[in-house]
Design a protein around this ligand. Structure first.
Ligand SMILES: Nc1ncnc2c1ncn2[C@@H]1O[C@H](COP(=O)(O)OP(=O)(O)OP(=O)(O)O)[C@@H](O)[C@H]1O
Ligand SMILES: [Mg+2]
Length: 304
């Protein structure tokens, strides 16, 4: 995982060099200009994927028309709760302006260990929870979460079992998607997931099989205006599964000399024309931005 060479702090969109082509593609997706609802961004390390995603987030938050947006780095070292429940909770917190009438009470009931809220299906008209298959939460869709059944006494924390916890979390995830589906019927929502390749395998599988397959591709359960952006150094080949729903950026666009000059200047290096040519060659040879920057700094050190 790269550190912010720009020095951390608040994101400054003016510090981002280029990325016009990528932004244009994103803009077309925001306008629902074609069928694609998933954008993948893959490239090697230190090439600017996370920077691009922050630019996307900024665009959604600060430029009209605005779009509800959630950006999450799902690296296992950064997103503590690597379960679907953990991820949807983070997304919901990011899009706090929206209303989640099913998810919010379910989440609160889970937090309060009130299992009566998650009454079992038998005799209550409540559909079953997500099933676990092959180690992956398959995420059954369409479950209705109802108010507590009178026949079931509220569980106290002393009787809150791991199984109850698992089932309650599954119901919360189902409720999240019911709400999201209702929201996305007439509103575009953008979910951006960074560092896909460093998430736990189970979460990666859930993202592909449940988030993308059920909620983007499968027309029975799709959230119509949900856009998902996935980034990582290595991404699975989603083309066969997603087809017309997928747009891919395989490699970020290469920079001309002026882009390189601006990049180096923003990093505090005032480059000579020779240094710019050299950096351009390094990038063309497959070196990343960090290596190119180190070389430019070294060149500057030995020539001054
Ligand atoms: N378009 C850009 N304009 C200016 N600086 C950039 C740009 N892209 C990347 N950088 C600089 O390069 C550093 C590395 O970029 P970034 O973290 O976005 O790479 P990454 O592809 O996400 O890397 P990793 O695979 O390690 O996560 C950033 O901290 C930023 O300072
Ligand atoms: Mg990154």
């Amino acid at each position: 995982m790269s550190e912010d060479l720009l020095g951390g702090g608040l994101f400054d969109p003016e510090g981002v060099i280029d990325r016009e082509a990528e932004s244009e593609l994103f803009e077309t997706m925001l306008a629902l200009g074609h069928d694609a609802r998933v954008l993948t961004v893959s490239d090697k390390g230190f090439m600017g994927k996370s920077t691009l995603l922050k630019k996307f987030e900024y665009r959604c938050q600060w430029i009209t028309p605005y779009f509800p947006v959630s950006l999450t780095d799902i690296d296992a070292n950064r997103l503590d709760d690597q379960t679907p429940f953990g991820l949807v909770g983070k997304i919901r917190a990011d899009i706090s302006d929206l209303s989640f009438p099913k998810f919010d009470p379910a989440r609160d009931a889970h937090a309060g260990q009130d299992f009566s809220f998650f009454a079992p299906a038998t005799g209550t008209g409540i559909a079953s929870a997500s099933s676990v298959s092959g180690g992956v939460l398959a995420g059954r869709i369409g479950t209705v979460i109802q108010t507590p059944s009178a026949t079931i006494a509220p569980a106290t924390s002393a009787t809150w079992t791991l199984d109850m916890d698992r089932r309650a979390r599954e119901r919360c995830v189902e409720a999240f998607f019911e709400d999201l589906r209702a929201i996305c019927a007439d509103q575009t929502v953008v979910v951006i997931l960074d560092t896909f390749d460093n998430a736990r395998l189970e979460l990666q599988q859930w993202i592909v099989k449940v988030l993308l397959r059920h909620h983007i591709v499968d027309e029975r359960f799709a959230c119509d205006r949900l856009l998902v952006v996935l980034a990582g150094r290595e991404l699975p080949n989603l083309n066969p599964a997603l087809g017309r729903r997928l747009q891919s950026i395989g490699v970020l666009s290469s920079w001309d000399k002026e882009h390189i000059r601006s990049f180096l200047q923003k990093q505090g290096v005032d480059p000579s024309d020779v240094a710019i040519d050299f950096v351009q060659e390094l990038l063309a040879d497959g070196k990343n931005l960090l290596s190119a920057l180190s070389v430019a700094r070294e060149l500057r050190r030995i020539t001054t």
